[in-house]
Design a protein around this ligand. Sequence first.
Ligand SMILES: [Zn+2]
Length: 401
Amino acid sequence: MNFSFQLIRQDGAARRGKIHTAHGEIDTPAFMPVGTAATVKGMLPQNLRALGAQIILANTYHLMLRPGGDALEKLGGLHRFMNWPGPVLTDSGGYQVMSLAGLRDLDETGVTFRSHLDGSRHQLTPERAVQLQHQYDSTITMVLDECTPYPSTYDAARSSMERSMRWAERCKNAFVARAGYGVFGIVQGSIFPDQRAQSALKLAEIGFDGYAIGGLAVGEGQAQMFAMIEATMPYLPPGRPRYLMGVGKPLDLLGAVARGVDMFDCVLPTRSGRTGQAFTRFGTVNLRNAVHQGDDSPLDRECLCPACRDYSRAYLHHLVRSNEILASVLLTWHNLAFYQQIMAAMRDAIAVGQFADFASKFTEDYETKEREAAANPKPTRRKRSNTPNTVPSVSGKIAAS
Ligand SMILES: [Zn+2]
């Protein structure tokens, strides 16, 4: 079977689709939980599957340092190693090299750096990045790119983007085609619309199985981010999936889907879960706050994840305050379940041509409560239960899956 994207319905610019891969199908718009080191922290693969995740993300840089490409290949690749038979996308590691590695030396060949783990010296070239992802048995390989720092001058952003485009071509040439596997290019160009367009056109000319928009969510703000998506979309082939890297908050996802994005990944739901923060339909909730101490109500009445179904806010608060492992597990679970619920609700809304209505209702609920919480951090239990549920609920579907 070929790696392919099936566009099922378009509603405005929002797209309901399906990606077919060697390791299974991915309904889009899709959110990919981040499993940097071949594990989504605190979650068993069957739990991820049960809450609706169809694809997860791992990281080339982290896995090349530990356990290493050769070791992972001998152990049968990522799917077998981590007991996740579904699709895996591996980020190429360019971003981590820039942000984590020490003493890096970047030139046209690639990047030489010292491991953040033990200081050992490594080189990552476009060809090496692709080879590693082959060894990992990644369903979706990402090209190595230079993550342009923000802010950058116009000229610096352009030379960085042009290097990324030369690297993208080398990655495509190094990619060994296998049935049902794909390789994605990454659009760069900082906050300059003409560079974004130029980058997208170049990648389309090289020809990829999907197109990512990179270098955003680096401090430019939501308005700039949306503007860059709009500047890029007209130049991407419509018959391929589009992936916005490292984004984001629930309203970022909504706005990006409205502009035609099909795939997302972000550490927010998992990382926030480990610090006591929960995402809900009515904004974020910090379980560390003392207001939850005596609150016997669930985190979210409509969510059927274990954290909401089986425990009170008071218990979650207790776990967070006691630094219990279960706090991280339950809140990670809830946040990932919530993100999958948003994606499923968006897919349902697009399928019936009501995405705009859904998006405005969702935004209204989310922003109103977020503002109230910021202004007055008191329990909102009664208000919550009295709030009419105007958002299409997908919790039944999640529970059944
Ligand atoms: Zn929940």
